[in-house]
Design a protein around this ligand. Structure first.
Ligand code: GLN
Length: 491
């Protein structure tokens, strides 16, 4: 079914650069021959994979959804693209996104908004979530087998929740970021979208490798310390033989939660309890500050990363007289003023301000403190120790009595996908959608969003008729396999 990218659906605008069958059919046929001979290269040999357009590919452009890179083609492939191609996977095209990954609805793209392949019962278009909305819709509409996205503060998980797909953000540093255009380096991860957890796991197994070209890639020695967690085959038996301890963070039960979302959350917990697992209330007190901290830290890093798009080294140049008499005559100002969309310009201003000498202590430094508190909160509730934390840090953490849980379960987003026509004009309206996804990003933890279907009990006026809600499973650093296995229990 995934080969029907031939049926690429232009109205959804999921792809910025869709590849025509002529560009990939031979490679699929070669893979078919390998399979006939009983020698497939991997579990994804000959499968079509869509790539978010902020991940570099040598053969087709990488635009980042931006006017400033609308003619840019990378001279090299990102490591993740190389890894997939070496495994026999076939690139299906480059998917639409919020410019440079900044957004929650995939509407801030130079190439127009993405439309959700599900629509509201009124027939109106729904948000696909963002920023990896194109990747999520390509998966949901069967235009590829799986898709790669990037998740800095929720950009894989939120679109997964809105489109009814599975979206996985790994522990920070496990998947290479080399050739992935940086938004906020300390938060950026490559994530995977699929129609089920098994397909996501197949891709993760291929991408979960050290890469010397990415300085934040987890070293082989650290990897060996978490190998038992990442690759542990006995996990399956662990899940069936001993119950898992599931934490429910009380701070996530906010009054703004949509009835259908709360219903799906409760349904999930009672389903797991019926399977013999135990539910424990836990407290993550720094949660309420996490969103503000994220929206200080991410733009700060972004303002620095985007400085290179000046029309000289990178970026589509807007020429202007090089005169200091007319400020709008500057090459640099013109290029950046024309090349970047309004949301990206807002982030650059926010970031530049919060890093300025007068504001630094009040914003950036405070946000870094909150980030550490968020990390400590998680360490205090997980039974597993953070495998990269020092012994002192482990001793110092205020472990919550009786709280030792294996995973946390909470909604991915506070509400079902909003109508595209009703998106608020205030940027804050978009930012609040990330309230449940940014904590795992700040702490670098693995998290998966899995679609859970609820039937007929909601009075939620905005709920989609299908009532598919994204439920998120979070785990301790390195517990990526456990997170995926618990996610699978919910399918
Ligand atoms: N919506 C968030 C933002 O705009 C997250 C984006 C992302 O994860 N790339 O920053």
């Amino acid at each position: 079914a995934e080969r029907c990218i031939a049926n690429h659906i232009p109205s959804l605008n999921a792809f910025i650069t869709p590849l025509r069958a002529g560009q990939w059919l031979d490679r699929v046929r070669e893979a078919d021959r390998r399979k006939e001979q009983g020698k497939p290269t991997s579990a994804v040999d000959g499968r079509l994979i869509a790539i978010k357009d902020n991940i570099c590919t040598r053969d087709v452009p990488t635009t980042c959804g931006s006017g400033t890179l609308d003619h840019f083609t990378s001279p090299f492939n990102a490591t993740v693209v190389e890894q997939l191609e070496a495994a026999g996977a076939v690139i299906a095209g480059k998917t639409n996104l919020d410019e440079f990954g900044m957004g929650s609805h995939s509407v801030h793209s130079h190439f127009g908004p993405v439309k959700n392949s599900r629509c509201h019962r009124s027939g109106q278009d729904l948000s696909a979530g963002g920023s990896s909305g194109g990747s999520a819709v390509a998966v949901a509409a069967d235009q590829c087998y799986v898709a790669l996205g990037t998740d800095t503060g929720g950009s894989v998980r939120l679109p997964a929740a809105y489109t009814g797909t599975v979206g996985f953000k790994p522990s920070y540093g496990l998947i290479s970021r080399w050739g992935v255009v940086a938004y906020a380096n300390s938060l950026d991860t490559v994530g995977i979208l699929g129609r089920n957890t098994a397909s996501v796991r197949d891709i993760f197994a291929i991408l979960n490798q050290h890469d010397a070209r990415d300085p934040t890639s987890l070293s082989p020695s650290s990897r060996s310390r978490i190998t038992s967690h990442i690759q542990a085959p006995p996990l399956a038996s662990r899940l069936s033989s001993s119950p898992i301890r599931i934490g429910v963070p009380i701070e996530y039960n906010i009054s703004e939660l949509s009835p259908s979302v709360r219903h799906a959350w409760l349904l999930t917990l009672s389903h797991l309890r019926e399977q013999g697992h135990t539910i424990h209330t836990v407290s993550l007190p720094a949660t309420k500050h996490a969103l503000s901290a994220y929206y200080v830290l991410a733009p700060a890093e972004a303002s620095s990363n985007l400085a290179k798009y000046d029309g000289v080294r990178y970026g589509t140049r807007t020429e202007g007289p090089d005169s200091d008499r007319r400020p709008d005559g500057y090459l640099y100002a013109n290029t950046r003023g024309n090349g970047f969309g309004p949301e990206v310009q807002r982030r650059i201003l926010l970031g530049t301000y919060s890093l300025s000498a007068d504001a630094m202590d009040n914003y950036f430094i405070q946000a870094q403190r909150v980030r550490r508190l968020v990390q400590q909160d998680f360490n205090a509730v997980f039974a597993a120790q953070h495998l990269l934390a020092t012994a002192q840090a482990q001793d110092a953490k205020g472990r919550q009595e009786l709280a030792d849980v294996d995973v946390l379960i909470c909604p991915t987003a506070p509400s079902p996908p909003p109508l595209l026509s009703k998106l608020g004009s205030s940027p804050l309206d978009a930012y609040v959608n990330d309230v449940f996804t940014v904590p795992a990003s700040l702490a670098g933890l693995p998290a998966i969003s899995v679609p859970v279907t609820v039937t007929g009990t909601t009075q939620d006026a905005d709920a989609d008729a299908a009532e598919v809600v994204g439920i998120q499973v979070l785990g301790q650093y390195g517990d990526d396999m456990l997170v995926m296995q618990v996610g699978e229990l919910l399918e």
